[in-house]
Design a protein around this ligand. Structure first.
Ligand code: 3H9
Length: 700
């Protein structure tokens, strides 16, 4: 096997080239190769300095995350030993940086004596996003180079900084244009000309953080028990500030070793790979030629349409929004402007950027304005007949090759595709509200969707900062189909005697952003009820008069959620409080539908009844081929429904609970509640996988 590291020399300067595609990640052979390169440098008396640089698109982007799963265990020690050797050199060691210098890659750069970087370089320690902390002295060298305050920020947020900030902060010494090898050599020559002594980060004093900064960070970290890596990161930076380097090193090593095997880190690592896996679509070659998207059209300037339009304006794509009346159009555009101005008030945009983005948005009252668009997304309210009518118009008016997308959240994408008369051009783009903020984009692949349409939309989704996940066609696709059983049980639990607060608290205590009742109050009880009613009209509901009876009752009473001041809760502004009227409504409905009420329902039952049917529905979705992989379902729930990332998503969670346990509990509730409507019917896949197999290993 060829080593990813080669050592050569150019005159009096040694050159260590790292070539380990795709992102030069640190692996066993990498570490061995680096150690051997150092042997060569140490033995070469004729060399005055050594330059480390990378081939390909980036400098080292971190440790190979897959190697953390090594059954024989992962240790940071071998890499740290090489870094210590590198830093201890008496002749200058120069890192030439480009691309994304992340995690172990930045730790490698900080062990060098001097850093030169290309202007496009971005740097960061993203380990917290993987449930760990930097394990190769990043928490100790960074504070010594940039001060404890900025180090704390970077280590706890995992955010990247650009070159200007890195230069100002002292993380990078010099900026230069050119090939990494050339800028490294030039920097080495310049450094040698100064005859300056080598500068080792570990020997520098830490510029301390202002008095209360660490204490505040500790308090913030304590509020996020699901992310223990935050508190650990603060402890490490405190150690860097208060202890000698070697003692800080020991603190970091202990924290890293404790976090690496933790369930939360495993869950976050699973999501990292799930996100990359979701981009790989069966039957779709990676090199599929994409359709160019230079102009986008949106039908509907409501909250959804406006939010969707912002995504495109944000990346400089001219976007036209079509509405039926000027009043609706002005109202929608006004809302978009307000959103941008709110970002500007928070310092996230300049007034000039607000102006530029608004200039990219054009309003129109006529479909003729869509004739030159490359992609048109309809975002009108959820009504099949209306959407079919719009799709037919779009099929006729848009130019050949234009993609027609529907933002439907539940309806039959194949029926809408047929309505256009050119189904190969049609795809679902299901945005989540607020569409300019939520990361998830469910991409619905219709029976006839052309491969290049799908590939184009996946790529575009990434360009607008979304996490795209493909779903097949079924009612509600992946996310809302699973949410339907979740909401069903939430309603039954309330009719049986639980309070909305009990229902929400059960999943919020696990780390959900909000429980089902608060979620529906925010999304709109009217939106939820209309979807149920529409589904009923299409013959999709079970023959159970108590099915989703509560949401329909609340809707009929005008309790549309937060926006009307009442839904499952009563609202003062955005703050929910329990409402005795909801209990009275639940009692009436229970009475009407012969549901036995109980004094109280335990948290364990609530949690199981909310989550196990949802997991079971996910398994049905997999066995039907609606989702390609369990990880796709996990991404949808984490990026779109507030499922805690440190639990890895519902399918990952199911593996951790045990599929046997889930099967037993479904059978238990079927027995306890009766199962006339098949609510507790286990997925065939559940039966197949029981007996020890993990979903994570299921390949379809
Ligand atoms: C760490 O460093 C711990 C240390 O403190 C201690 C060490 C001892 N490992 O994202 P992309 C793969 S923790 C393995 O599509 P982009 C990725 O799976 C690490 N694989 O490209 C994909 O493979 P495939 C800290 C990795 O241009 C391919 O590379 N570092 C890794 O959109 C392309 O990736 C991080 O957390 C990795 N570290 O973005 C950085 N990185 O084609 C994580 C990438 O087979 N990585 N791959 O699906 C990233 O943030 C982005 O991948 C990056 C490129 C910005 C680098």
């Amino acid at each position: 096997m060829t080593s990813p590291i080669t050592f050569t020399q150019e005159g009096r300067i040694g050159l260590i080239l790292i070539d380990n595609p795709p992102v030069n990640a640190i692996s066993g052979p990498f570490i061995t190769g680096l150690a051997k390169a150092l042997d060569r440098f140490e033995a070469a008396d004729d060399l005055d300095a050594v330059v480390l640089y990378c081939a390909g698109r980036t400098f080292v982007a971190g440790a190979d995350i897959a190697s953390f799963e090594d059954p024989s265990g992962f240790s940071a020690k071998p890499f740290n030993t090489v870094l210590a050797r590198l830093e201890a050199q008496s002749r200058p060691v120069i890192a030439a940086l480009h691309g994304t210098v992340l995690g172990g890659g930045l730790e490698l750069a900080m062990a060098c004596h001097h850093r030169v970087a290309r202007p496009d370089t971005r740097l960061g320690l993203p380990e917290v996003k993987l449930g760990i902390i930097p394990g190769s002295l990043g928490t100790q060298r960074l504070p010594r180079l940039v001060g404890a305050e900025l180090a704390l920020d970077l280590v706890t947020t995992g955010r990247k900084i650009g070159l200007q900030q890195a230069l100002q902060a002292g993380l990078v010494d010099k900026v230069a244009e050119g090939e990494p090898r050339d800028i490294g050599l030039a920097a080495a020559e310049a450094l040698l000309a100064t005859d300056a002594p080598v500068r080792r980060a570990s020997e520098l004093d830490v510029s301390p953080a202002p008095a209360d900064v660490l204490a505040k960070a500790e308090a913030e970290a304590a509020k996020k028990p699901g992310w223990p890596q935050l508190a650990a990161a603060v402890r490490c930076v405190r150690a860097a500030q208060e202890l000698p380097f070697a003692e800080g090193e020991a603190v970091e090593a202990t924290e890293f070793a404790r976090l690496l095997p933790s369930p939360s880190s495993k869950a976050l690592r699973h999501l990292f790979f799930a996100e990359r896996e979701a981009a790989k679509i069966p039957g779709l070659p990676r090199d599929t030629k994409l359709r160019p998207i230079r102009k986008v059209g949106i039908i509907g300037a409501g909250t959804m349409g406006g939010g969707i339009a912002m995504n495109f304006a944000n990346i400089g794509i001219p976007t036209v929004i079509v509405e039926v009346s000027d009043a609706a159009l002005q109202c929608g555009l006004g809302l978009v402007r307000k959103n941008y101005e709110a970002s500007a008030a928070k310092g996230r945009l300049t007034a000039q950027q607000v102006g530029a983005r608004m200039n990219l948005l054009q309003g129109a009252l006529d479909y003729g304005a869509l004739a030159d668009c490359d992609l048109v997304i309809e975002a009108v309210f959820e009504n099949l007949a209306l959407k079919q009518e719009i799709c037919a118009k779009l099929g006729a008016i848009t130019k050949p090759g234009a993609i027609i997308a529907t933002n439907t959240s539940t309806l039959d994408v194949d029926a809408l595709a047929q309505a256009t008369g050119r189904p190969a051009d049609v795809v679902g783009m299901h945005f989540f509200s607020p569409a300019n903020v939520m990361r998830l984009l469910e991409v619905v692949r219709g029976t006839a969707t052309a491969p290049d349409v799908l590939a184009t939309v996946m790529k575009l989704a990434t360009a607008i900062g979304k996490v795209p996940v493909v779903s097949g066609v079924c009612y509600g696709f992946i996310g809302n189909r699973m949410a339907e059983v979740y909401m069903r049980e939430a309603e039954f639990l309330i009719m049986e005697g639980a309070e909305p607060t009990d229902v929400d608290a059960a999943v919020e205590s696990l780390g959900f952003a909000m429980g089902p009742c608060r979620m529906l109050d925010m999304a709109g009880v009217d939106v939820g009820a209309k979807t149920v009613i529409e589904h009923g009209r299409a013959g999709g509901l079970p023959d159970d008069p108590s099915y989703r009876a509560l949401v329909q009752k609340l809707f009929a009473m005008g309790r549309h959620g937060q926006k009307t001041g009442a839904g499952y809760y009563r609202y003062e502004g955005r703050a929910p409080s329990s409402d005795p009227q909801v209990k009275a409504i639940a009692e009436q409905l229970a009475d009407r539908h012969g549901i036995v009420r109980r004094q109280s329902i335990g948290r364990e039952e609530i949690t199981e009844r909310l989550l196990y049917p949802l997991i079971n529905e996910g398994l049905k979705i997999l066995e039907e081929g609606i989702a390609y992989r369990p990880g796709d379902i996990d991404l949808i729930w984490v990026a779109g429904y507030g499922f805690p990332d440190f639990l890895g998503g519902p399918m990952w969670m199911a593996d951790n609970i045990g599929l046997d346990v889930i099967a037993q509990r479904l059978a238990h509730y079927a027995g306890q509640r009766g199962d006339a409507y098949g609510y507790w019917r286990p997925a065939a896949l559940l039966g197949q996988l029981c007996g020890g197999m993990r979903l994570a290993h299921w390949k379809g």
